[in-house]
Write a protein that binds this ligand. Structure first.
Ligand code: ADP
Ligand code: MG
Length: 484
């Protein structure tokens, strides 16, 4: 069940705009490249000059199909483009072309893992729909000349708006959903995922209610373009709504903006309802018809999906589901894992090292796995030396450090740092005999049934071996000598 905040249940639904990775716009041939001079990438169609007509970009449709397949949704055989009417300076047509009653992608779901206290829980968020639409232009407020201008470069940029059911119950869950969705669209390659440039932006609809009550009135936080702000904005909004209700006020449906500087949300406008947009089918565009053969072809050309790959990892490498999901967070991480596991034939150890030491070091130095100074082959060699008992786990961490800093290869580092485990039983037995002779009290106590007395023996043995004794071997030999 969901955690309550001051006795209230939090309810969140997301609308995400993913910019599709086509080269040209959704209804024109103008480029969508980021960062060009204002209005250099707006053609007659984007400027809504009289007499121009939109022409559907097949690449955008194909990406919508790929998304639908990736989230197990239904791809509509026939969907409709509609005009969403509103007046705004950056919208020269006076309407945005979108899909309303019949979207191209219907249903589907996104599943992810989330830490709740000490547990890892699996969540599924149901999608309501994903529809194709065009982006608007943008207003530029040029303070230095005291004027505003309009840049239509972004007008007509292809977007897929992905809408969830109100299934999320905390800000942590909402962020985990957004990260998973981000992973899916970048993995499939339909969106570059660049949040700073606005290629992936989320609107969070937030409401609160007492458990068992009907859904509360929502406020929609617009354009969240970082996971950090997303969490802050939702947490602030939840506290604000609860304060309002506790003070006896009601919540008005509204669109709000999050200000990262103050950490607060602020009402932008009261929310329009669908009726305010006077949607109607766009007479300039025929229905979008997608034959099943097209869907099958796209399916055949798609790379293995993250959840399918994760399933394969649990099957072929006998990994726990959690490991498999973590290792399929990006194609690069998955490739690094597979290369390591194949080279050392120790999949679980490879997984532990990648989710542990490797990702810790990557995070600390803000590197992507493609930039890791330790290659999969080197990591595999290191794991090989642990499993053939040449070095202990502790020593392996020192070798890893050396590898990371480019001090040499695995065997050279083991040699240089003198980390080889003592695998010569004769030498180890000699040390054990000496330690036993020097600690008769511990020996007697152990024989009298005090298992803890063993610690007083293992410590000096490891010390005498300069840390090179294999702990498992020490244990086995000690037990034999103590007759246990
Ligand atoms: P609109 O088209 O006006 O934005 P929708 O009904 O399509 O409204 O819902 C938009 C988003 O708001 C969806 O993600 C939905 O899950 C979410 N939502 C709807 N009602 C609530 C609510 N009471 N609390 C939180 N989220 C909600
Ligand atoms: Mg909305």
């Amino acid at each position: 069940m969901s955690q309550l905040v001051q006795g209230y249940e939090v309810v969140i639904g997301f609308e995400t705009h993913a910019q599709l990775s086509t080269h040209s716009k959704i209804f024109s041939r103008a480029s969508v490249a980021f960062g060009a001079e204002p209005n250099t990438q707006a053609c007659a169609v984007d400027m809504a000059l009289p007499g121009t007509l939109p022409v559907m970009n097949v690449g955008a449709v194909e990406r919508a199909i790929e998304f639908g397949l990736a989230v197990n949704a239904h791809i509509a055989e026939r969907s409709i483009f509609a005009r969403k009417n509103y007046f705004y300076p950056d919208l020269p047509k006076g309407y945005q072309i979108s899909q309303f009653e019949i979207p191209v992608v219907q249903g589907g779901e996104v599943t992810f893992y989330l830490e709740e206290g000490k547990e890892t829980v699996r969540k599924t968020v149901r999608l309501e729909r994903a529809h194709l639409e065009e982006d608007a232009g943008k207003s530029l407020h040029e303070d230095f000349i005291g004027q505003s201008g309009i840049d239509l470069n972004r007008a007509g940029t292809p977007l897929l708006e992905i809408v969830t059911q109100p299934d999320m119950r905390s800000s942590a869950e909402a962020v985990a959903y957004a990260k998973e969705l981000h992973k899916i669209v970048t993995w499939v390659g339909i969106c570059d995922g660049n949040m700073q440039e606005g290629s992936f932006r989320c609107d969070a609809n937030v409401s609160v209610r007492k458990p068992g009550q009907p859904l509360g009135t929502r406020r929609e936080i617009k354009n969240l373009n970082s996971f950090k702000f997303m969490q802050q904005a939702i947490d602030y909004e939840v506290r604000w709504q609860i304060d309002q209700l506790e003070d006896g006020h009601s919540i008005q449906q509204a669109t709000v903006l999050f200000d990262p500087d103050t950490g607060e949300t602020r009402a932008m406008r009261t929310k329009e309802d669908a009726a305010d947009y006077r949607y109607f089918p766009d007479p300039d565009l025929p229905p979008l018809v997608i034959g099943r053969d097209w869907v099958e072809r796209v399916k055949g050309e798609m790379a293995e999906l993250p959840r399918v790959m994760a399933e394969r990892f649990t099957r072929d490498y006998a990994l726990p589901e959690y490991d498999a999901t973590q290792l399929t967070q990006s194609k690069a991480v998955a490739a690094y894992f597979e290369a390591t596991a194949k080279a050392c034939d120790q999949a679980k150890l490879a997984s532990n090292w990648i989710m542990g030491e490797v990702s810790r070091r990557l995070n600390a130095s803000e590197l992507a796995i493609e930039q890791a100074p330790v290659s999969a082959a080197q990591l595999a060699a290191l794991i090989g030396r642990i499993s053939d008992n040449t070095i202990s786990n502790n020593a392996a961490r020192q070798v890893f450090e050396g590898l990371w800093n480019g001090e040499g290869d695995v065997d050279a580092l083991i040699e240089a740092k003198g980390l080889k485990q003592m695998n010569d039983t004769g030498e180890l037995e000699k040390i054990i005999d000496e330690v036993l002779a020097a600690h008769p009290k511990n020996v007697d106590e152990f024989k009298a049934g005090n298992a803890k007395a063993l610690n007083g023996l293992v410590g000096p043995i490891m010390k005498a071996s300069k840390g090179k004794a294999n702990p498992a071997q020490v244990n086995a030999l000690l037990m034999k000598k103590l007759g246990a």
